[in-house]
Write a protein that binds this ligand. Structure first.
Ligand SMILES: Cc1ncc(COP(=O)(O)O)c(C=O)c1O
Length: 419
């Protein structure tokens, strides 16, 4: 895909119904709501007292990036050489290379070709690797990632894989300064964090590291983790997260020159994109759809996330009565079953379309080509997302998935056995 393609390249529709009527797609279509994403970015930026970088890995699609850019996002957190190239070629800015483990060529290309100056590390060998590859430019900022405790309030923990223990983090920052480089500090509380206090606790750890290292950092980066308001999830308002961060930073008492950064992914884009799928077959109350766990819906497998759905039939002749349907994904794999039921009109049939809400985060970004299925169809739509309509109680043909806890447990166990 040409990453420079602009918005005009994609079809635009006033709403998802007109998209379905016009395209009648027999392939899954991601419906991006640029205005909604733009407003979400504006809102986040207006509340965060620092620079908001977008975590590109969450959804790197050009429509999403452009909407965020229109909303004021000008800095990006990237994980790989190809994300660096995408951001630099599109926005002529050097992103922050925040993956704590990088290959040597990527480091060289990031520095010499794309002018990247911020690099995350969580181990001395990674710091030395960077110094060996690019030398000791005093404009380079080595951002040490410190471990924060795992919490049940996050859906995905990152601390098992990344982050130096506080004492080790302090030593890394000292070594960074000994090399003549600038030292920054970062953490990631875990994705879909529903407890704002975790940011305050993480900032207390940052304070301890800075005291121990006796260093005034160049930047403090509070990472990502901010939640999306999925149905059934208790999500505190963004203001509470910002207050925790503000109070946490005040406790550390940083110089005014210290840059404050955040790297949200999910919170900026999850609700700004839905997915249209088509029913391929109905067997009693089991529906086979044309996407699934190996495609846009992989997050549903690991998490307890529930999403809103609605049936779309262009002639609108659908029953008012709802029933529960289990959903099978498109591949031949037996794990490709959505671990929650959809409540849909009881006369749902082959050929109907279903819109699934809030799939903007870690959907297309994680999609595989398993069994030869892969959707690259994107369109812009301008109606309100279902999650917004539902909070206003507008649409009756729309329901929460009901979670099949046992099925979820079984699938998790199967996955563990396979691994
Ligand atoms: C370094 C880093 N920053 C930011 C993010 C974005 O996190 P989230 O989507 O939870 O906001 C991630 C996600 O894995 C990450 O690894």
């Amino acid at each position: 895909m040409d990453i420079n393609m602009n918005q005009e390249y994609f079809p635009h529709f006033s709403d998802v119904r007109s998209l379905v009527k016009t395209l009648q797609p027999n392939y899954p279509v991601y419906c991006v709501r640029p205005k909604f994403i733009q407003q979400t970015a504006e809102n986040f930026i207006s509340q965060f007292a620092g620079t908001v970088m977008y975590a590109v890995k969450c959804n790197p699609h050009p429509l999403v990036l452009n909407a965020l850019s229109s909303g004021g996002i000008k800095q990006f957190d990237v994980a790989s050489q190809s994300e660096i190239a995408q951001i630099f070629n599109t926005y002529r800015t050097s992103p922050h290379f925040m993956h704590p483990v990088k290959n040597r060529e990527a480091i060289r290309i990031a520095y010499f070709k794309y002018g990247v100056r911020y690099y995350a590390v969580d181990h001395l060998d990674e710091l030395e690797k960077i110094v060996q590859e690019i030398g000791t430019d005093p404009n380079v900022v080595i951002v040490t990632r410190v471990k924060t405790p795992e919490s049940d309030s996050c859906l995905y923990h990152l601390a098992k894989k990344f982050g130096a223990e506080p004492e080790e983090a302090a030593k890394l920052m000292q070594t960074t300064e000994k090399y003549g480089l600038k030292a920054g500090i970062t953490f990631h509380v875990g994705s879909q964090c529903t407890d704002p206090k975790l940011y305050g606790k993480a900032l207390n750890i940052v304070g301890e590291v800075l005291d121990y290292a006796n260093i005034e950092p160049t930047c403090v980066d509070v990472g990502g983790g901010f939640p999306a308001a999925y149905p059934g999830t208790k999500v505190a308002p963004l203001e509470k997260y910002m207050l925790e961060i503000k109070n946490g930073l005040d406790r550390i008492n940083l110089a005014s020159s210290v840059q404050i950064l955040a790297e949200p992914g999910r919170a900026l884009v999850a609700s700004g994109c839905s997915l249209i799928v088509q029913v391929l077959l109905r067997k009693s109350n089991q529906l086979y759809i044309n996407d699934g766990i190996f495609g846009a819906l992989s997050e549903l497998l690991d998490s307890e996330t529930v999403l809103l759905s609605q049936l779309i039939r262009p002639d609108d002749s659908v029953s008012d009565e709802l029933e529960e349907f289990s959903i099978c994904g498109v591949t031949c794999d037996s794990t490709d079953m959505i671990p929650c039921n959809f409540k849909l009109p009881k006369d749902v049939r082959e050929g109907d379309w279903i819109e699934i809400d809030q799939v903007g985060a870690y959907s297309n970004a994680l999609s595989t080509r398993f069994n030869g299925f892969y959707s690259k169809s994107f369109a812009c739509v301008y109606d309100e997302p279902m999650s917004v309509c539902s909070s206003k109680n507008k649409n009756k043909n729309k329901n929460n998935f009901s979670r099949q806890k046992n099925k979820l447990k079984q699938i998790k166990e199967m996955k563990e056995i396979c691994i």
